[in-house]
Design a protein around this ligand. Structure first.
Ligand code: ADP
Length: 140
């Protein structure tokens, strides 16, 4: 039974996370464990950062946090069994870091964006599958 489940959600691409969330929810309900929803805000390339408003990063953070909180609430899990977390960096790198820090025993994620249907597996999902120290469920 998986007791610490990590579900990464791309804050800029809503939709593909739905089946992952449904399955992650079932896992923690069955085990009495805990679910963490994680959004990663990708680093802004140095050049582009100069042209962005000063509070751009902060706004991105708040938006991502609000998105995760909405998703967490919509799951209807008991209080204290779902947490949200926002990190900056490369998505696959931060997903792997968070899985170690949160001692996750399962990562549940979508294989790729539906719009990129020619790919069998997206680059973040591929890296996570290859390098995670815990089990990974990839939903298609
Ligand atoms: P694609 O290249 O088709 O977008 P990805 O591998 O990036 O495929 O996406 C697959 C999954 O990776 C997403 O459903 C999500 O679980 C995770 N993911 C991608 N980007 C992020 C992000 N910025 N924050 C959190 N999770 C992400």
């Amino acid at each position: 039974m998986f007791r610490s489940v990590l579900c990464p959600v791309d804050p800029a691409e809503r939709g593909p996370e739905a089946p992952a969330l449904t399955n992650a929810k079932r896992m923690v309900e069955a085990s009495g464990g805990k679910l963490t929803l994680l959004a990663v805000i990708p680093d802004t390339p140095g050049m582009a950062a100069e042209y962005l408003p000063a509070d751009f990063r902060e706004t991105q953070w708040k938006d991502a946090e609000a998105t995760l909180k909405d998703l967490a609430q919509s799951l209807g899990l008991p209080a204290g069994t779902v947490a949200t977390k926002v990190r900056y960096g490369r998505p696959y790198h931060e997903i792997l870091e968070e899985a170690v820090e949160a001692k996750s025993d399962l990562i549940v994620m979508a294989s790729h964006r539906p719009s990129l249907s020619t790919y069998l597996i997206g680059s973040n999902a591929a890296h996570v599958v290859r390098h995670a120290k815990c089990s990974v469920m990839v939903l298609r």
